[in-house]
Design a protein around this ligand. Structure first.
Ligand code: BGC
Length: 456
């Protein structure tokens, strides 16, 4: 069934943007939470006299929580709904922010970080599909991309916050209190998220799925106007009728294929080299001869470029489409990584070439693969299986994230920075080929049309 425009129908844009914006705040906390550790880890290591293993645990405990969160999210999201699940996340963020600011030893600290990580894992599983499920088809890409915009905004803001806090006292003050404020400051966006979530409606798809059809119809009307709401409603019911929403559904070949493609699109994103840049940029810049302050400044430019170029993705995603952006993006990543590898191999460190090349890499990532992956994985599962499908995808995504952070220092030691760039360049060539062969365009289609086209 296709959707026909009715001239009497008006999209309620401000409401749709408000709903998507609040859900995207989950992404802001994602960026903030992952970014806060980069500024605080040096202080924590000195304060608690951490060994390398302890340092790794302090840094990675949140990511391990994310993996656990993704495991829980499918069940929680389907059973209690998207809204209540996000409220739970906000509470976990808040508990984690306060808890990780007060401890006197590493273990207590790591447990509170783990709690926040669980919130992150659940939020990153629930928020993008929640936005996709509430969005009109022709703007869905842009609205889900708000999630990525919020991630990168969170990263930039936390870097500023860390810097501002570190200027509030001398080194001893930072050791005793500075890091506590860095973690504690996350309570502010967490409270904001919690309060705003109470103003959000449930996802219309979830409401239909749980027998609350009249509520869903009212909601759809408030988004899309009356006649379009009826059409969307019919389409949702049709797809729910055809699918039962069990985990075993993923054994069916058509759905299994969708899941494998979604998982690989996400895992490739994690292995595209972005984690090397986002987590180790300061170290990489120091290798080019930059002092600590210079390297920190260069890292901050990365955050700013990441933010600005995500805006380009938002502009493009519903015009150009997901598939083109993914393959052009991975090609661009391969080229800029090859150039960066060349610069590092030949140690061309006089002049700004290393910085320029890495910034171009980030610009490519931010304007393509970064946001588009979240859009794509949030929209390609059928209504009944979206919560579980997304949970499986984020489980793989977070595990790959963890693996990347864990192996990069060893990899760099074994083969050198230039070979790491080249290795990731090769992975991106495979990413491009994979996208060209397996990814179907979803631009402009309703979630139900995507589902019907895939014969799920
Ligand atoms: C990725 C993260 C990455 C972030 C950086 C997200 O889309 O999933 O791994 O750190 O973008 O902008």
């Amino acid at each position: 069934m296709t959707i026909t425009e009715n001239s009497n129908d008006k999209l309620n844009f401000s409401r749709i943007i408000f709903v998507s914006g609040v859900a995207a705040l989950g992404g802001f906390l994602f960026g903030y939470d992952l970014g806060v550790i980069s500024g605080a880890i040096v202080l924590l290591t000195e304060k608690f006299q951490l060994s390398t293993a302890g340092e790794g645990w302090a840094a990675a405990s949140a990511v391990i929580g994310c993996i656990a969160g993704a495991v829980l999210a499918g069940k929680i999201g389907s059973k209690y709904g998207r809204k209540k699940s996000l409220i739970l996340c906000a509470v976990l963020f808040l508990v984690s922010a306060i808890g990780s600011a007060i401890p006197e030893n590493l273990w207590v600290f790591a447990i509170y970080r783990l709690i926040g990580g669980i919130g992150l894992g659940i939020a990153s599983t629930i928020a993008p599909p929640y936005i996709a499920e509430s969005a009109p088809a022709q703007y869905r890409g842009r609205l889900v991309s708000l999630y990525q915009l919020a991630i990168v905004l969170g990263i930039v803001i936390v870097h500023f916050a860390n810097l501002m806090i570190s200027y509030q006292g001398d080194h001893q003050w930072n050791l005793d209190y500075g890091w506590r404020w860095m973690f504690g400051s996350e309570a502010i966006p967490a409270i904001l998220f919690l309060v705003l979530l109470f103003f959000l409606p449930e996802s219309p798809r979830w409401l239909v799925q749980n027998g609350k059809e009249s509520k869903a119809l009212e909601l759809l009307k408030s988004y899309f106007g009356s006649s379009r709401a009826h059409i969307v409603m019919e389409e949702i019911k049709e797809t729910l009728h055809e699918n039962k929403g069990r985990l075993s559904d993923f054994l069916r070949p058509a759905l299994r294929r969708v899941m494998i493609i979604a998982v690989l699109v996400a895992v490739f994103q994690q292995f595209s080299g972005i984690n090397m840049i986002m987590n180790f940029a300061t170290v990489i810049f120091q290798k080019t001869g930059s002092g600590l302050h210079m390297a920190l400044g260069q890292t901050l430019t990365i955050g700013v470029v990441n933010f600005l170029f995500t805006l380009i993705a938002i502009w493009l995603v519903d015009k150009v489409g997901r598939k083109v952006m993914l393959w052009v993006g991975s090609l661009g990543l391969a080229v800029t990584l090859t150039t960066s590898g060349y610069i590092f191999y030949n140690e061309l460190f006089d002049g700004p070439w290393a910085l320029i090349s890495i910034l171009m890499y980030v610009a490519f990532f931010a304007s393509t693969v970064g946001p588009v992956v979240w859009v794509y994985v949030a929209e390609i599962f059928p209504n009944q299986s979206r919560a579980q499908g997304m949970a499986i995808v984020t489980l793989f995504l977070w595990s790959s994230n963890y693996l990347n952070i864990q192996i990069y220092p060893m990899l760099e030691k074994a083969i050198g920075t230039h070979n790491c760039f080249w290795l990731y360049a090769v992975i991106n060539v495979f990413y491009m080929l994979f996208v060209l062969k397996y990814v179907n365009e979803t631009k402009g289609k309703t979630l139900e049309q995507i589902e019907m086209n895939a014969n799920l």
